[in-house]
Design a protein around this ligand. Structure first.
Ligand SMILES: CC(=O)[C@@H](O)[C@H](O)COP(=O)(O)O
Ligand SMILES: NCC(=O)COP(=O)(O)O
Length: 237
């Protein structure tokens, strides 16, 4: 079974639009858990435009499933993760001004930096994952960094699938098989939705976790959060 970690960035975006505490990120995250999601993902960006660093501290106190913190390991982010000690940290090489994550790591060019950061997180008992494109050399490079898992960046799959090309999943299957051979755990995320997630999860061997936010929150506008999460859990079972 693949676990569902709900990315609650968009709840924070909505809250920040008015400056108060509606919707309440902590309450929504607890509801998400009570509806059956097996994890909560947050991606604090340096400008704190959605998730604030304080949100990570607040969520750590109450999340009973797995808290996954994603982000670019700049000093401020590293310090936050070491303070909060989530179940998992996912390293994403996003530029400060990026609208959203738009590429995986070059795990060969950044190997020694990633090795250093990962060993510090692991020494603090935090599971580590690296966001990568489905490129075999990058999966091999991720193994060399000492990471526990990789998260496959699924935007290209989502786009191909939407345009009627289910074979867009092929590079992901190959990357997943290599990850299995290398004994690297496998997560995936970005632009997954109720339309594509079942096909993706059924195609990918050894998929441990998907993190989904943007589409899930948009779908919940029509279906409600509880029913939407139920639909994802069914698709992933
Ligand atoms: C790592 C990743 O794929 C992202 O999708 C992400 O965490 C979402 O970030 P935004 O909510 O800022 O678009
Ligand atoms: N790691 C991906 C994630 O957390 C959510 O991405 P998206 O569903 O908002 O595109």
């Amino acid at each position: 079974m693949t676990k569902l970690s709900v990315n609650v960035n968009k709840i924070a975006t909505l809250r920040n639009a008015r400056g108060g505490n509606v919707p309440d990120l902590v309450k929504t995250s607890l509801d998400v858990e009570s509806f059956g999601a097996q994890g909560i993902t947050i991606h604090p960006r340096p400008d704190e435009r959605h998730i604030r660093y304080q949100d990570a501290r607040d969520l750590k106190k109450v999340v009973k499933t797995e808290l996954n913190i994603e982000g670019n390991p700049v000093e401020k982010f590293i310090n936050l993760v070491l303070e909060v000690k989530p179940a998992q940290v996912t390293l994403v090489p996003d530029a400060v001004d990026a609208i959203t994550s738009n590429a995986g790591w070059d795990t060969v060019a950044h190997r020694s930096f990633l090795q250093e950061v990962i060993s510090e997180f692991k020494a603090n008992g935090i599971r580590t994952s690296i966001f990568v494109d489905p490129i075999l050399e990058m999966v091999e490079g991720a193994k060399e960094t000492g990471a526990d898992r990789i998260e496959l960046y699924t935007e290209a799959f989502a786009l191909g699938f939407k345009e009627g090309h289910p074979n867009a999943v092929k590079p992901y299957v190959e990357a997943a098989l290599l990850a299995q051979d290398l004994n690297l755990g496998l997560n995936a995320g970005h632009d997954l939705s109720l339309e594509n997630v079942k096909f993706f999860a059924d195609s990918i061997p050894g998929l441990l976790e998907v993190s989904i936010g943007h589409a899930l929150i948009a779908e919940a506008l029509y279906m409600g959060l509880e029913k939407t999460i139920e639909s994802y859990l069914k698709a992933l079972s």
